[in-house]
Design a protein around this ligand. Structure first.
Ligand code: NIG
Ligand code: FE
Length: 414
């Protein structure tokens, strides 16, 4: 039966439709429908408009009513396009050392850093890894995030990377939030791989890539390009092969030193992520390309490090997606809205630019064209907040959380 559901009324519906993918945005460009309603069919938006104009429709067909009894402001469900939320263990001690002034190397040599999480993640059972991932994904969902990317990268053997990607797939299939997997086997070379970094990457290409395809575990390949991880020359071979095999590419780029963003452009990556160290040269280059700059304020906050030049990127004409980078090391907070709000005030982003960075521009960074906008034909993914003015979301710096979330038109009330 062709059942439709009328949802509403929404005090304000911030649609995010009709906006450009690249360049600056001003708040008056935002379309805000007051006292709005939305008709949903089979998980997708069929119609939006004034609730009072949609309401009479219910007489003419099979409609269900999903009435909202408090004033709410609704946005497209938020999209967190860069996370590492599949992990085991804690790196609280790393943080304690960091705030007391210890360097990255001192932390690593005292048993901390990425390698510590790799050890704990390898040791964790499927069940425990799954349970902790689901808990974090649920936390994202109740914060209004309806799609989240999740990277592997704490396994770093063929078997352990597969284990992570299978756990991510399992979590995705049992939760309302959509989890988009990415293979980050090229996070760092694990200590127990006896060859060189180049040989490790070759091993991943030869032994993991075929399984990613065969088991359909992911079509996205990420690499951490940095002195402590993989060099530009090493990454070139890896990215070339990934491209040839038709994987979508993303790059951890320009976090501490530059070079990664140029690779992202040269190898037609979908996004270049981090960019805290990018200079005007990299900014201009990214703006001229189709690569989406994806910035990670949670990592700057977690490390006590400068923010990526978000304002300059937009002014140069680039796109800008904002994600949490939620991970146990550099970005333990995991609250995208708080982080986006803080980035906004430091980098002087308009409200429109910040919302775009966690909605349709983030969807593009994941290659998804069916979400991130409230519009006919798009997935009915909505985050509704108990406020009357959309500005309050960033004014209160992300502290107000949604009172209701719809994923594919199905409501979760919080
Ligand atoms: O995006 N930069 C590399 N990787 C992560 C950190 C991962 C970790 O510390 O566990 C990042 O910040
Ligand atoms: Fe990351």
């Amino acid at each position: 039966m062709d059942t439709k559901t009328l949802i509403g009324p929404f005090k304000q519906l911030v649609t995010m439709r009709g906006l450009p993918h690249k360049g600056p945005l001003t708040d008056p460009q935002l379309e805000i429908i007051e006292d709005a309603g939305m008709v949903v069919r089979e998980g997708y938006i069929l119609q939006i408009g004034k609730f009072s104009e949609l309401y009479p429709l219910i007489k003419n067909g099979h409609y269900l009513l999903d009435i909202i009894n408090e004033p709410v402001v609704a946005f497209p469900g938020f999209i967190d396009a860069h996370t590492h939320i599949c992990w085991a263990g804690s790196r609280a001690n790393d943080y304690a050392m960091r705030v007391s002034g210890k360097s990255y190397l001192e932390i690593a040599s005292s048993g901390g850093g990425i390698i510590d999480t790799v050890k704990k993640t390898r040791q964790a059972s499927h069940e425990n890894l799954l349970a902790s991932l689901k808990k974090r994904a649920d936390q994202q969902f109740i914060s209004g995030i309806t799609t989240s990317e999740v990277k592997s990268g704490y396994g770093l053997t063929v078997e352990d990377e597969i284990k992570m990607l299978e756990v991510i797939r399992l979590a995705d299939s049992s939760l309302a939030i959509d989890l988009i997997p990415t293979c980050l086997a090229a996070h760092i070379k694990p200590k127990d791989f006896s060859g060189t970094k180049a040989e490790y990457l070759e091993h991943i290409i030869n032994n993991l890539f075929p399984i990613l395809k065969e088991k359909k575990l992911t079509n996205r390949i990420d690499i951490f390009v940095e002195e402590s991880a993989f060099s530009i020359e090493e990454a070139k071979i890896y990215l070339k092969e990934a491209r040839q095999q038709n994987f979508d590419i993303v790059v951890h780029a320009d976090q501490f030193t530059t070079g990664g963003s140029k690779l992202a452009v040269d190898y037609k990556a979908i996004s270049a992520d981090h960019l805290e160290a990018s200079s005007d040269k990299e900014i201009q280059m990214l703006a001229k390309s189709d690569v989406i700059p994806l910035v990670l304020p949670g990592s700057s906050i977690g490390l006590g490090y400068q923010f990526a030049p978000a304002r300059k990127l937009l002014n140069a004409g680039a796109s800008l997606a904002i994600a949490s980078d939620w991970n146990p090391g550099s970005a333990p907070m995991g609250d995208l809205l708080v982080q986006a709000a803080i980035l906004g005030i430091y980098e002087k982003l308009t409200l429109a630019e910040t919302f775009a960075g966690i909605t349709y521009r983030a969807a593009a960074a994941l290659g998804l064209n069916d979400r991130g906008i409230i519009e006919t034909g798009y997935s009915a993914d909505i985050a509704a907040f108990p406020i009357e003015n959309y500005q309050d979301i960033l004014y209160y710096q992300g502290r107000i959380k949604p009172s209701a979330i719809w994923k594919k038109g199905i409501r979760t009330t919080i």
